[in-house]
Design a protein around this ligand. Structure first.
Ligand SMILES: O=P(O)(O)OC[C@H]1O[C@H](OP(=O)(O)OP(=O)(O)O)[C@H](O)[C@@H]1O
Ligand SMILES: O=c1cc[nH]c(=O)[nH]1
Length: 178
């Protein structure tokens, strides 16, 4: 895989998350009833960072849960990957809550669809919203994020990689050629 270009550096990621925190507060007219659920590896640290930024603005953090979803290749259709929900880790009620899903990248939308299924299986949220650091297009389902860090037009031969300090030892969003 060949490195093509950096899209966001550490400072840009931080500024973007600050903006998303403000957008979340603005859209919801405060933080009553809001909880965050980060999707697997990199959505979870991003959700924690958003919670900390919201605490700086509103005086208290949001509760953060996590959702573990992995993709497996469906043997019958070699082209497509199917998301598999491994586990939902929330130690708080979601009934009546506005659940904000947080992920690093949205592409086909299949991961988010699986995430919504898992949330709805678990409880009865008032609503579900979606925050992503990068929307790279190519949706295969009618899913659109409520909060987008950066829209990055891509070709299907490219891949967007988000690196976060908590997982990768550095912070970066970059495009690679497959
Ligand atoms: O919209 P989709 O087509 O479902 O793609 C988006 C998902 O793909 C990536 O996860 P990936 O499976 O690459 O795992 P990773 O986060 O562990 O790298 C990313 O973190 C999203 O969760
Ligand atoms: O480019 C992509 C596509 C799916 N998930 C990613 O993290 N990057």
């Amino acid at each position: 895989m060949e490195f093509k270009a950096q899209i966001l550096d550490e400072k840009a990621i931080d500024r973007t998350l600050t903006r998303l925190a403000h957008e979340i507060i603005e859209k919801n007219k405060g933080i009553d009833n809001l909880v965050l659920v980060g999707i697997k590896s990199r959505g979870v640290p991003l959700a924690n960072r958003l919670s900390n930024k919201i605490a700086t603005i509103e005086g208290r953090p949001l509760k953060v849960g996590s959702l573990d979803i992995t993709m497996y290749r469906d043997d019958l259709s070699l082209k497509s990957y199917q998301p598999d929900v491994k586990g939902l880790d929330v130690d708080f009620e979601i009934d009546g809550k506005v659940v904000i899903l947080v992920d690093d990248v949205i592409y086909t939308g299949r991961t988010v669809r699986a995430a919504m299924d898992a949330i709805i299986d678990y409880g009865r949220p008032a609503s579900i919203q979606l925050a992503v650091l990068v929307d790279r297009g190519h949706r295969e389902l009618p899913i659109r994020p409520d909060y987008v860090g950066k829209n990055v037009p891509t070709s299907s031969k490219e891949i967007v990689k988000v690196k976060v300090l908590e997982v990768d030892d550095f912070n970066e969003v970059a495009i690679y050629q497959k």
